[in-house]
Ligand binder design. Structure first.
Ligand code: NIG
Ligand code: FE
Length: 419
């Protein structure tokens, strides 16, 4: 079935041929075609243009949608989530409100170890069921491509269970999903050090999971009290040798030199960066010289929820970098998969213009999962995954309306999913 959206107030991210990503000043130029039409068929975008050359279509055979006053945006591309988990951690939240820090809660056996215990006790079927329902709700909120990490298994069986659930989600999902093996997330109680556990992950888990086809990317939590730069380096080297790229949690609470390591080893993205040094920024700028840079990923829902600094996204864009925004959807530090909220915080808390925040949450997010040939912009040949807003004054209404739902309809592979 062919469909035509017409009289679109602004068609966002419309490229006849899209770049892989936008960086620095290009982010403000993320295109918005005014007074536009969009044609799609069999789930794929076929063409677009301005209303002065709108195609004549037979309304008996073509589904025509009037978009007067509305914007059409590429669906969100959420490149960093921990969507597969057993239970939320609302109990710890009370500890937080009473003044305990993330590290203090972890030291009491809370945090990642708490999620690992709950995951161990839950059957794969139940974990899948819970994850499917989260996946359905993020798709309904406008996410059109997703990355999901393991990392709450903390044993070979547990990590494999998580990766199998991610693989089963891929099989049933209407949107593309990338699986990240977050092998080094926390040190389980039966290991004496992060280095000892890293050796186990590298020797006993990684090759087996890669061979089973369960791994698109590898991840580590490079942080004081978790995994050192050396541990992270060992994991990245081992995965590079197997031809698997990495996406690394780094600089959430402290800066250890992990960013430079990641750039030097061609890591696909460095995620968090709530604290960042001049050396880190210089390293990221050097990374712009390779074919695909190391993408800096800001996770503002985590900053909001934990009350920690926001990533200096304005600065990173002003330095010419291809900023990405993602949710970090997880039960401990960002209990939400709402990309609209992440993009909104991009403007309210990180000083980005709405169009820059949108580019960070769409095309750049797609590239940080190497899914940019399929999603991330309104481009002929890409999936017809997009959102239609309500009638709004301009894109600035997205951050301005705070928690109002500005999205009216969500399309997935050309089908109207919501609205
Ligand atoms: O991205 N920081 C490491 N991992 C997650 C949090 C995991 C958790 O607390 O459950 C994050 O913030
Ligand atoms: Fe995370």
């Amino acid at each position: 079935m062919q469909s035509l959206l017409k009289d679109i107030k602004g068609l966002v991210g419309a490229y006849k041929k899209a770049p892989r990503f936008v960086a620095g000043e290009e982010m403000k130029q993320f295109p918005v075609l005014e007074n536009a039409w969009l044609l799609f068929e069999n789930g794929v975008i076929t063409d677009f243009g301005t209303m002065d050359d709108c195609p004549e279509v037979n309304v008996e055979t073509v589904d025509v949608v009037d978009c007067t006053g509305r914007y059409v945006l590429p669906s969100w591309c959420d490149s960093h989530t921990h969507l597969v988990y057993a239970n939320d951690r609302a109990g710890e939240f009370l500890d937080r409100l009473r003044g305990l820090s993330y590290a203090e809660i972890a030291a009491k056996g809370g945090g990642i170890l708490n999620s690992a215990r709950a995951l161990r006790e839950m059957s794969e079927e139940e974990l899948l069921e819970k994850s499917v329902s989260r996946l359905q709700s993020v798709i309904a909120s406008g996410v059109g491509a997703l990355e999901i990490k393991s990392g709450y298994g903390l044993s070979k069986d547990g990590e494999e269970k998580m990766l199998r659930v991610i693989s089963r989600l891929k099989d049933i999902s209407p949107i593309p999903i990338k699986a990240t093996f977050l092998g080094c997330h926390a040190v389980p109680e039966d290991f004496s050090s992060a280095t000892e556990y890293t050796e186990f992950v590298v020797g006993q888990m990684l090759p087996d999971f890669v061979e089973k086809g369960l791994v698109d990317y590898v991840d580590a939590f490079c942080e004081t009290g978790y995994f050192s730069v050396e541990d992270t380096s060992a994991l990245v080297d081992a995965s590079n040798e197997l031809g698997v790229k990495s996406k690394i949690h780094v600089n959430q609470f402290t800066t250890l030199g992990g960013v430079e390591l990641c750039v030097n080893k061609n890591v696909l993205s460095v995620d968090h960066l709530e604290v960042i040094s001049e050396d880190d920024i210089e390293a990221l700028k050097r990374g712009m010289n390779s074919d695909l840079p190391t993408f800096p990923v800001a996770l503002p829902i985590c900053s909001h929820f934990l009350g920690i600094p926001y990533t200096e996204s304005r600065r990173l864009v002003d330095e010419g970098l291809p900023l990405v925004i993602a949710t970090d959807h997880n039960p401990g530090t960002a209990p939400s998969g709402d990309m609209l909220e992440a993009v909104r915080l991009g403007s309210i808390k990180m000083g980005l213009e709405p169009i820059e925040a949108i580019a960070a949450g769409t095309l750049n997010g797609a590239s940080a999962m190497e899914l940019d040939s399929e999603v991330g912009s309104i481009t002929p040949g890409k999936r017809a995954n997009f959102l239609i807003t309500k009638e709004i004054f301009g894109l600035e209404v997205i951050p301005y309306r705070l928690n109002d739902a500005v999205v009216d309809k969500v399309y997935v592979n050309g089908d109207c999913w919501v609205g």
